[in-house]
Structure formats: C-alpha cells, structure tokens
Design a protein around this ligand. Structure first.
Ligand code: AMP
Ligand code: MG
Length: 645
C-alpha cells in the first residue's frame, strides 16, 4: 500500500539537475556502442526494418541481353546502307521471341527474328528495330528504311545490377523501392536489425484504461497509448503492459519481469521525488549502472529519469502527457532510433513570429507548442499550451518552438524556428481566435465537411480581440458585457473590426436536480436560500468572465463559502456541482443539460464574432458567414440549446 499522506510528506529534492545535452550524452555513453541484434526475415515481412548486412547480387539483372521494344532482332551490319530511298529487306526467321521464351534460331546475315519487349536477344543479333520502323515485304520478309547502331534497344545482361555488386548497404531502411530491388535480384530472405522490444508501463492509482468506466477521481491512461504509438513510430516493437497502482512491491515485480523480456523499459508517472512516487526507487535497484539522470533542465519534463540497468535503457517519463511526449521525443527517440539502427529524425522546420510575449523559466530548455496561422507578413506561431497537464495542445499544435535555457522570455514579435510535427505546414483556411464554445463546432461543421480546414484557438474574448486587432485571425468570438451600457460586445470593437451577430447562450444557476434549496425557485429566491444555509457551497467564476459579473450582481456583495473557488470555464462549474464539490454555480444551459443538472435561467449572454474587415473577402470567411446564417446550422444550434441571433 501507498503510505498515507501525513504532515511529514517527504519531498526529496532534485539536487543534481543536468542540462538536456549533458543528460543525453551520459545516457548515450552508457548504451553505445553496442552490438546490433540481427534476425532473418522474409522479404514481405521486412518493410520498415533496417538491413543488418550488405546484400550482394547473386545474379545479373537483367540476367540476359533483352529487347526494350516490340520489333525485330537484327544484325546492325545488315542495315548499314539502309535509308529512306534505299530500303533493305531481310528475311524473317521462323520463330517469334516472346517474354520468357528462350530463342532457338541464330540470326544469320540477311535475317531478322520478331521479338517482344523483354524477350531475350537471339544469338547473332546485336540490335532491335522497332516494329513501327518496318514494313512487311511479302509473307516472310520486312523492309527497313533506316540504319541502326549496334546495341540499339538492347539492355545488356548485368547492366542494371551486376552479379557481385552490393545492391543495398547495411543500415538501409527497407521501403517499397528497396523491396523491389531485392526481389529483382531474387532475394527472398534478408538479415534485418531486430526491432528493439520495448515494454511500456503506466503507473498511478488514478489510471483507468480507455473503454473502462471512469470512476470518481479517476483519469484515463493517456501515456500508455501515446508512448506505445510513439515507440512504434520510431522503430520499436511496442508492448504495452497496462497501468499499475503505485504499490512498490507489485510494481517492482512487473518491472523486473518486463525488463527481463524486453530490450527497453519505459514507465510513466511516479517520477517526482514525493512519497507516493515509487518507480524511481525501484529503478535504482534494477541493475548496473542504474540511474544516469534524474532531473533534467527541460520544461516540460524536469522529473525525467534515465537509467541503464544491465545494459538496457530504463526510462521514467513524467506523468503529465505533454511532458511525457516532449521528453520522449527530445531525449528518448534519439536513443530508440539508434537501438533500432534507424537514421535520426530530420524534422521539418519553418520560421514564424510569436505574437505574444512568452515567459520562460531561467535555466530550463523550454518547449512551447504552437499553432501556425498566416499573418500579413508571414507565419505566426500561437502558443497552444494550457499547462503541462493539457493534452489538447497536441491536437491543436502544428509544432513547437524552443526557448533557450538561458532566456527568461521570448519577446512578442520574435522570429523563431518552429519544428513541425508533420513534414509540411498546413496553414488553415479559417482562423478563429478567442473564446471557445461548443456551439462554434456546429457552425464550422459545414466548412469542414467541404474540405476546409478550420483552426480554433482558445484564448478568451480579450485575447481574441487583440489577435483580431493584429490581423492574426479571421474572426474572434467574444462575449464581453460592457457594464456601463449593459450591452454585449459592440462597445469593445475598434477600427478594422466589425460585429457579426452570433447566438445567445442562456446563463443560469445550476444545481443537482432535486435540491430543495433551488428546485422550482426563481434565481433570486434560489440565491437567498443558498445564502441562508451556511452549509451550502458555491462555485464562482474567474474575474473578467461575463458570468462572474452576473454572479456578483446576484450575490449583491455577499461572499458565501466557495466564492474563492474560481474556475475558468463553464464546464468546470458544471463538473464541480455534478461531483458534489459545490452545490451551485452559474453556467450556460447547454453545459448544464449535458451534465444532467437542474437549471434556473438568469440572463442571456451574447456570443458574437468580431470579424477582421480586411479578411472579409476570403472564401472561408464567406463560407463561415453563410453557415452561420443557414437554416441547418440555426436548427442544430437551437437543438443544442443556443438561440441564434
Ligand atoms: P506523477 O508523475 O505520477 O506524479 O503524475 C503527474 C500527473 O500526471 C498526475 O496528474 C497524474 O494523474 C498524471 N498522469 C500520470 N500518468 C498518467 C497517464 N498514464 N495518463 C494520463 N495522465 C497521467
Ligand atoms: Mg502518479
């Protein structure tokens, strides 16, 4: 069992933090050079593997002199005098050489043999005349009106690949072209580098495998799937063994068994130096030389632990999926590819400008995932990170930028290298930057169905307005209440932006159905009942949220218990109430109904779009505006609980 959390929770510190370069160098020095392990494979099973030995051709390719065209095998000397006005006539031999037919008759002076493309050149012939350049002359002769050079239309034996020649070198990655070359040489089995077998283990009491029901305080195991896929992408034979609780004894058994049957062991989670983090303690006793680095100056990814146990790499990735992925790609992929004898990755890069200042921790190499959009003069790299715990940053990101360990920030406007996740930049057709809403997906759906790419970057209403002002997006969804005029959105527009009415979202009080303090009451009555009950706990919203203004109005200066719990999204409020961490809060109707909560309507919030006028004529913007106005989209918005403007 995990020790109970007590006041004396010990937290060993990361005393020796290595730079990423130093950690990687030490890790590689402990693993390489090493002998590669080869295995014999049928050609058909060798795709994506690496040749362990040179392949030498045992035959000539082609194996015989071969005709390149349909025509007649001739003796070039017979046609030396042939010309437009001086046709030469030759007699046809009584065989026709098709592919796969060994010729029997010698081509003697004054004769020719019909031959198909790919047919073996008969004895005596030294050239081929194309059928198009001949004319029949009676039953068994042809006329030729042009001279031919010796060797015309003949591929000589061994001209493609000569017997004894090295066809493919050791270390070559077998793709379809290599497979073709080997097949041409008659090779059926080859010696390839055996894929390193990589055991993958997730650790954490909270982990649940996808497909299983989520229990309270549980989260789905993300790292297991992502690491297994990334291992396979980089030449490993991935074996995911499952997620195991932080139970030192049991986990040690799993790890020892996994290591014994694999070439490499990758764990995730439990790498911090807290009380419940047991994996690194187990790794320390798995074999020599043991832990090489625990604590690397990377962000995300500081608690990465690298070890070599009895010659095998053992890695503990940080628990947060984003951290796990970055450290995996930056520090583990180079080693895994070397183990698999694969060439190092050559990721595509582009230069882009960062639109906002990005703060960075001094002393750690920092990776920041970015979404690329097209600005007025080149690419713009929008940070998509929501902290190292966020997984969506991956799907929204096109790549990442790196902030040097010695820099404290990257100033707005810096042009920087972006390493792409895919080989090509995919600049989206439509860029939406601002406040996110589930209704937005309903509006963009018809565009996506028509093959347009839509990128929606969620930075809140004010962030969206700034992006729109800088011309970095087409549309900024906003829901900002101006308290002075009590109107939404319009007062916030500046020159160059225009307002496109979107839809309304009913805001209201959420509670668990059946709660007598709220059920069947008006908003004012419900809040009064909540305030009268000292055990009633609220959940608030962050300063700056439109919803917060409504809550403060309803509370009229009261500060009930829970007031300082201020999550940043509609969904977080619903989750807090649904999970009994709070009794009431304010959210929008569609979110309340999706969470199965009771709802008392309070006020309609206007969710509109600030359109960048200079981008108005773009086809994707037209398509968006058409979709927003279309009967279908309006209907689906209504069905989801929104009121189109
Ligand atoms: P740990 O390193 O074990 O302290 O975990 C740090 C954070 O990452 C915690 O919030 C864990 O719940 C989370 N985490 C750990 N392992 C996984 C995993 N396999 N999938 C998703 N999240 C994880
Ligand atoms: Mg854990």
């Amino acid at each position: 069992m995990k020790p109970p959390i007590s006041a004396s929770v010990s937290q060993e510190q990361f005393l020796t933090i290595l730079s990423r370069e130093e950690a990687l160098a030490r890790f590689e020095a402990a693993l390489f050079p090493r002998d590669l392990v080869a295995e014999d494979r049928a050609l058909a099973d060798a795709l994506g593997l690496v040749l362990a030995k040179d392949v030498v051709a045992a035959v000539d390719v082609p194996p015989f002199d071969r005709s390149n065209v349909d025509g007649f095998a001739v003796r070039s000397a017979d046609l030396a005098t042939a010309g437009e006005s001086a046709p030469v006539s030759v007699v046809l031999n009584s065989e026709t050489i098709a592919c796969g037919t060994p010729p029997l008759i010698t081509v003697n002076q004054g004769t020719a043999t019909p031959i198909a493309t790919g047919g073996p050149i008969p004895r005596g012939a030294d050239a081929v005349v194309m059928v198009e350049h001949t004319q029949p002359a009676g039953h068994d002769a042809i006329e030729i009106r042009r001279a031919v050079a010796p060797g015309q239309f003949v591929s000589y034996a061994g001209s493609d690949i000569a017997r004894g020649e090295v066809v493919l070198r050791e270390g070559t990655l077998i793709g379809s072209r290599e497979t073709g070359m080997l097949a041409a040489c008659g090779v059926a089995r080859i010696s390839v580098v055996r894929k390193p077998r990589v055991a993958i283990v997730s650790t954490g009491d909270e982990l649940i495998q996808p497909g299983q029901p989520l229990r309270p305080a549980g989260i789905f195991d993300t790292n297991g799937a992502i690491v297994a896929a990334a291992v396979a992408e980089n030449g490993g034979d991935a074996h995911f063994l499952g997620a195991f609780p932080d139970d030192e004894e049991k986990l040690e058994g799993v790890m020892r068994e996994a290591l014994a049957s694999s070439d490499m062991l990758i764990l995730s989670g439990g790498t911090s130096k807290g009380e419940g983090d047991v994996s690194h303690r187990i790794v320390a006793r798995l074999g020599q030389p043991g832990i090489i680095a625990h604590g690397v100056a990377l962000k995300p990814g500081k608690p990465l632990c690298l070890a070599v146990c009895e010659g095998k790499p053992v890695v503990i990735l940080p628990g947060f999926p984003t951290s796990a992925m970055f450290t995996f790609h930056d520090m583990i992929v180079p080693v895994l590819r070397r183990l698999a004898s694969l060439p190092q990755r050559s990721d595509a890069r582009v230069t882009a400008k960062v639109p906002v200042r990005i703060a960075s921790e001094l002393g750690r190499t920092e990776f920041v995932m970015v979404s690329l959009v097209e600005g007025d003069d080149g690419l713009i790299a929008y940070p998509t990170g929501k902290g190292s715990g966020a997984i969506t940053s991956f799907s929204q990101a096109d790549g990442f930028l790196k902030i040097d360990a010695l820099a404290e920030q990257m100033p707005a406007g810096t042009a920087t290298d972006v390493t792409l996740f895919t080989p090509h930049v995919r600049v989206p057709d439509l860029v939406i930057v601002g406040s996110h809403c589930t209704g937005l997906d309903l509006v963009t759906e018809p565009l996506v169905r028509r093959g347009m790419s839509v990128r929606s970057i969620s930075v809140g209403s004010l962030g969206g307005l700034s992006a729109a002002r800088r011309g970095e997006c087409d549309l900024a969804p906003i829901h900002l209440l101006d308290e002075k005029t009590n109107t939404y959105n319009a007062p916030f527009l500046v020159d160059g932006l225009e307002l496109v009415p979107g839809y309304r979202r009913m805001q209201g009080i959420v509670f668990r159905s059946g709660d007598r303090r709220f059920e069947g009451r008006s908003a004012d009555e419900a809040v009064q009942a909540a305030l009268n009950d000292p055990s009633c706990l609220m959940v608030n919203r962050n300063q700056g949220a439109g919803t917060r203004i409504l809550i403060d109005r309803l509370l009229g200066g009261a500060r009930p218990d829970g007031y300082w719990n201020q999550p940043r999204s509609h969904n977080a409020v619903a989750a807090a109430v649904a999970q009994n961490r709070a009794d009431w809060g304010m959210t929008i109707a569609p979110v309340a109904s999706a969470a199965g909560l009771g709802f008392i309507p309070v006020a309609e919030e206007h969710y509109d779009f600030a359109l960048v006028t200079s981008r108005k004529e773009r086809p994707a913007v037209h398509a968006f505006l058409d979709a927003l106005a279309s009967a279908d989209v309006r209907k689906s918005l209504e069905q989801a609980g929104f009121q189109p403007a």
